[in-house]
Design a protein around this ligand. Structure first.
Ligand SMILES: NC(=O)c1ccc[n+]([C@@H]2O[C@H](COP(=O)([O-])OP(=O)(O)OC[C@H]3O[C@@H](n4cnc5c(N)ncnc54)[C@H](O)[C@@H]3O)[C@@H](O)[C@H]2O)c1
Length: 286
């Protein structure tokens, strides 16, 4: 049942002001900042980007006036940090999050596989880290299935070749994407190897593995398909619960074929639906 506007105001009236810091002012960061600045009782306090002109450019496009800070400064001043930058940054900033008791939404999920095990264990038990479902469907059921006995977890990702350009694995193997004329299996390995070889493409593999069997036991297959225009993620799980197969066909952002639109929406859903910022997503309806 939909709540009426008056009821919505009562819900949002109970909230305290929360300051949000956004690290990474690229495709996802721009999208998120424009949404967050419209949320009631949330202050988009600070932005950070390795390329300072990107952060400054984003400030100009916003009607609020966030400060441009370094990631470390931003973490000190924000209650909730949203990382939408790079897998390399994740192991650098998570110890600071832990020390300062902050909450973080991590988009570069592959970076979590590079954390020291004790940092990861402390973060996950302290309830400070939120991992969006990204471009995947079915992570909730996968998590539930994992509480029983899971015998196999496989992610098959199909992407148009340009969406895989620049992956270190392809450069190392000398694989030329422009010469592919038919669907080609480029990689078949585990999620840890996939996250290292395709750090900008395969955050979904890291997310699936962290929800289920872990990075060593989660199988990942990556197919380049010149005939498709969308990024397709299929997950397949088998266990004592039965079998799950889900498939998600993701439209890419027009300016960044590596990033699916659903992944950016999933960051919003995590900040709202998971009740980090709002007790009910309805409380941010206009
Ligand atoms: N979880 C998922 O399903 C999912 C889906 C898509 C993208 N991602 C990840 O989210 C992140 C952002 O994606 P995007 O499409 O916005 O990328 P993008 O390349 O459009 O933007 C990234 C921005 O972060 C900045 N940046 C890079 N390294 C930085 C650092 N060390 N410190 C501060 N800023 C830094 C860049 O200058 C750039 O402006 C990427 O790591 C990407 O792999 C995750």
């Amino acid at each position: 049942m939909l709540l009426k506007r008056a009821q919505v105001k009562v819900i949002s009236g109970n909230l305290q002001n929360t300051s949000v810091g956004l690290i990474g002012c690229g495709t996802i960061g721009n999208f998120l900042a424009r949404k967050i600045e419209c949320w009631p009782q949330v202050n988009l306090a600070a932005l950070a980007d390795l390329v300072s002109s990107r952060a400054a450019g984003l400030v100009r496009r916003l009607s609020c006036s966030p400060q441009v800070l370094s990631p470390a400064e931003l973490i000190s001043c924000a209650d909730l940090i949203i990382e939408a930058a790079s897998a390399d940054l994740v192991p650098e900033i998570l110890p600071l999050i832990l020390e300062q008791g902050k909450k973080i939404v991590v988009m570069s999920v592959g970076g979590l596989l590079r954390l020291e095990p004790e940092v990861w264990a402390r973060l996950s038990t302290a309830g400070q880290i939120y991992i969006p479902s990204g471009a995947l469907a079915g992570l909730d059921a996968a998590r539930a299935a994992c509480l029983g006995k899971l015998s196999s977890v496989t992610l098959t990702t199909r992407k148009p070749p340009p969406a895989l350009a620049g992956a270190p694995y392809l450069e190392k193997k000398g694989i030329r994407l422009d010469q592919l004329s038919q669907p080609t299996l480029l990689f078949d390995g585990n999620a840890r190897e996939a996250a290292l070889g395709f750090p900008k493409n395969i955050n979904v593999a890291a997310a699936l593995s962290l929800a289920t069997l872990g990075p060593e036991e989660t199988r990942v297959r990556i197919v380049a398909d010149p005939a498709i225009k969308v990024n397709i993620h299929q997950i397949e799980l088998e266990g004592d619960f039965g079998r799950i197969v889900t498939s998600t066909e993701n439209a890419p952002f027009p300016l960044n074929p590596k990033t699916s639109y659903l992944a950016a929406l999933s960051a919003l859903a995590t900040a709202t639906l998971k009740q980090i910022l709002f007790p009910s997503p309805l409380s941010i309806l206009p």
